[in-house]
Every structure is written in C-alpha cells, then in structure tokens.
Design a protein around this ligand. Structure first.
Ligand SMILES: [Zn+2]
Ligand SMILES: [Zn+2]
Length: 268
C-alpha cells in the first residue's frame, strides 16, 4: 500500500519516527507521503524525504494556518524553492476549513481563500498536483477550483480525507480530482457537521479514482481508534474499502497504488 497523506513531520513522531517507518515498511507500506501544513512542517517533511528512500513530501500551507503566514514574508517563494527538490510530489495541504478550532477559531475565509488561490497558482507554475483539504467548506472549495479551472492540470490532484455532500463529491470528480479516504471510514455514524455518510461516499467513488491515506497521527482506524495513528494502518483503510465495495483487498491495493502514481507523477 501507499500512505498518500500523513504527518510523520509532526511532533507526535519526534521520538520514534524511525521505528514507525520501519514498522510500516515491514507491514507492506511501500511509499509514505508526508504533507506540510506550514513552512516549518513542509521543510521537515522534505527533510524526512531526503533521509528515507521511500518517503516523499507535499509542501504547502493549511487554511487553518492562513492567519499567520503573511508574517513569514515571501512564503510562496519559500515553498517554490522546496519544489525544486524532486522528492516534493505535490502542493498541499491547501483548501478551506470552516471548523472552529480551540486554538484560533475559524480563520477569516477571505484570508483562507487568498492563501488557497496563491497555492493553486504555485501548483500551476511548478506543474505539481494539488492535495486539497476541505472541512465543512466544500461548496467554497469547489467554487475556487472552478474559478481557476484554466490553471488546473488534466489530473489536478486529490481531495485528501474526503468529507462532504454527494454534490461536492460529484463536482470534485468532474473536475478530475481523485478522492482520498482515511481510517475514519471505519467509524460508525456521521462526523458532527456532516450530512452524508462516508461509507456512501466511498461506495459511489469508482475504485479507479480512490487513494488511500492515514492522516497520521489522527483518524486511527478501528480497532486502534483512540491511539496514535501510523502509516501501517493504511492497510485497514484498504480493507474497509474492499468490504464496502465487496471486492478483494488485493484489487483495492493494486488499483489505489496505481492511482497514487497517476496523480503524483514525481513518485518513483
Ligand atoms: Zn487535512
Ligand atoms: Zn493532514
């Protein structure tokens, strides 16, 4: 399997990142893509990618951090320099987020939008795919993407950890995006604020458009829910997709690996 979105670049893995990577490899996870959420975590994702053959990086600024980024000066320029490294395979995680966080609430949507748009242009200028983050902002994410249709590539990227309505899903698929699922696909019921069950979303998306990921250290699949997540549990995501679609795990594994290489062309 490939874990197409996780955060071994976060503090949660400071002490044992090497063991976590080895465990994942032993479990059969052939590639791990770490995604940045700010400049420093992007740089750390890249540093890990340079250190380990099977690790890659996606660099970008998460909408939740859009309120502080202008203080960093030419942040787009700094991200652009990182993309010169061939181990950077995409721009992310970028998008919109209307969930109210304990730390800083909801970042001004205008600011989120501006930071998102600047990174769509960075992806266009570097020829890299997008890794989209959307939390309770699906309509606005789609609106921004449609407005920038001329700057999206034939395979524009993926929505990571998809959640949202069937309408948002269909629009994302129509724009050519692939759809990422995580361990929360194994959770019963619906997440607060959502209107469509993830299992229904996963059943609807053609296997040819699905990508597996973990978002480690978050969203740990059942039966490890509540513990820190690790890339090795991406296998549980694949197994859940197989169950929902009533097909073999082997088929899910082969196709989702293929899909990940299709989206992230720099992945080797
Ligand atoms: Zn995210
Ligand atoms: Zn993430």
């Amino acid at each position: 399997m490939i874990d197409a979105h996780c955060h071994l670049n976060f503090h949660a893995f400071n002490k044992d990142v090497d063991e976590v990577i080895k465990r994942s490899q032993a479990a059969g996870v052939e590639r791990i893509i770490n995604t940045g959420t700010k400049l420093d975590s992007s740089a750390h994702a890249l540093q890990l990618a340079e250190q380990y053959d099977n690790l890659y990086a996606i660099v970008g600024v998460h909408p939740h951090h859009a309120d502080k980024i202008e203080e960093e000066g030419d942040w787009v320029g700094q991200l652009k320099i990182m993309t010169n490294n061939p181990k950077v395979v995409g721009i992310g995680e970028i998008g919109m987020d209307y969930f109210s966080y304990h730390s800083n609430g909801i970042v001004d949507p205008k600011l989120q939008k501006s930071v998102f748009e600047q990174q769509i242009m960075l992806a266009y200028n570097t020829g890299l795919p997008l890794q989209i983050h959307n939390r309770q902002a699906g309509e606005d994410v789609i609106e921004v993407l449609k407005a920038h249709r001329n700057y999206l590539q034939a395979i524009p990227g993926m929505f990571h950890c998809f959640a949202g309505s069937m309408q948002v899903l269909k629009e994302a698929l129509n724009l050519g995006f692939f759809i990422g699922f995580d361990g929360n696909l194994t959770y019963p019921g619906m997440a607060p604020g959502e209107t469509t069950a993830l299992s229904d979303i996963a059943k609807y998306v053609p296997l040819e458009r699905i990508i597996c990921e973990t978002d480690s250290p978050y969203l740990t699949a059942v039966p490890h829910r509540g513990q820190r997540n690790e890339p090795q549990y991406v296998i549980l995501v694949g197994q859940q997709i197989a169950r929902l679609k009533q097909i073999s795990y082997e088929k899910v594994k082969q196709q989702t690996i293929k899909n990940t290489y299709t989206v992230f062309k720099r992945l080797k």
